[in-house]
Design a protein around this ligand. Sequence first.
Ligand code: PMP
Length: 395
Amino acid sequence: MTNQTQWETEIKAELEFLENIFQRRSIVTTKELNSSWLIRNGQKLLNLASNNYLGLLNDSRLKKAASKAIDKYGVGSGASRLMTGNHPLYDKVESRLIQWKRAEAALVLNSGYTANVGIISALMKRDDIVFSDKLNHASIIDGIVLSRAKLQRYRHRDTNHLEALLMKAPKDKRKLIVTDTVFSMDGDIADLEGIVRLKEKYNAMLMVDEAHASGVYGKGGQGYSHHVNLQDKVDIQVGTFSKALGSFGAYVVAKKWLIDYIINRMRGLIYSTALPPAVLATIEKAIEIVEEEREKRTLLLQHAEYFRNRLTRFGFDTCESESQIVPIIIGANSQTQSFATRLQEEGIAAIAVRPPTVPENKARIRFAITSAHQKKELDWALEKIIQVGKELEVI
Ligand code: PMP
């Protein structure tokens, strides 16, 4: 046996540990056949695992917008936006965003992950305080850690706990409340009205992450803040184009001076290459489609409600899910892994979500419904899920 260095031994031991507790991840090649089905390891599976909520990923209008932009402008952007990468399509997309979101100013960013990390770390500094829902997305946590501000995590969707923490915080400190609107792993929704009331009472800033609500909620798909008509009370709305909008990248909308500040201080914007023109072209088209095709949203939420009701009727715990994200709690990591494997054998792709993404003993299967699924496909899947649930004594 060759001698291993200490760092080799340690890193390999950590991987082995992850394996033993059923938390070792791997990347599997997946090819989308259409918005409902995919091919993985040569097997055709019903896709209940993607964030392609409106089935736009393969939309011919988006493909055409992308290929036209490639023909006209090429494939790369060549530099960051502050250097030479600020293609004229950025202006078009940002104007469209301002119209769509009825906002004062907008900025297109490279991804939801960089948006959250970059905006929070730009706005908050050491000694400031960030109040963050316990189940906020990892990119929000990473942004807070990078900012070195004090992190105060409040219990999931618990505005009483949030208020107790706000009350204790020194008055003179800058405060930011940050929450997902639709939560990515539980599919439940923040109490935005309660949070806005507290933000006003304690003079805090409010930032929301509409990643899973953009395209899904609001009359024109603008997000959950618009759905409850609180968009003007939210200081910073972040969202992604990579889920319901079928494209890639992210946005932030806010008052003009806040956007100016972000342009000057967000390192992920200043030091990273701009998006390729083809991506910008698809974003512009996707906003237009999402705004116009309301029936897709209606169908999506009908599908999700049907799917969720059937699962709860058969005894599954679907948390407080209200959206197109429908989890079923399994509990232990090993059993959750077995559940996902059995579903795969039955022809269904669904994600096993384990700690640290979710709390210990709350491992789950996360189903994501799309408007492109047919009712008969959902019925077929439900039958299999119920069968596996009985087999593994989850229900
Ligand atoms: N916020 C939330 C709530 C998310 O679920 C995700 C993606 N999983 C992101 C941000 C990151 O977005 P992107 O994939 O565009 O980086």
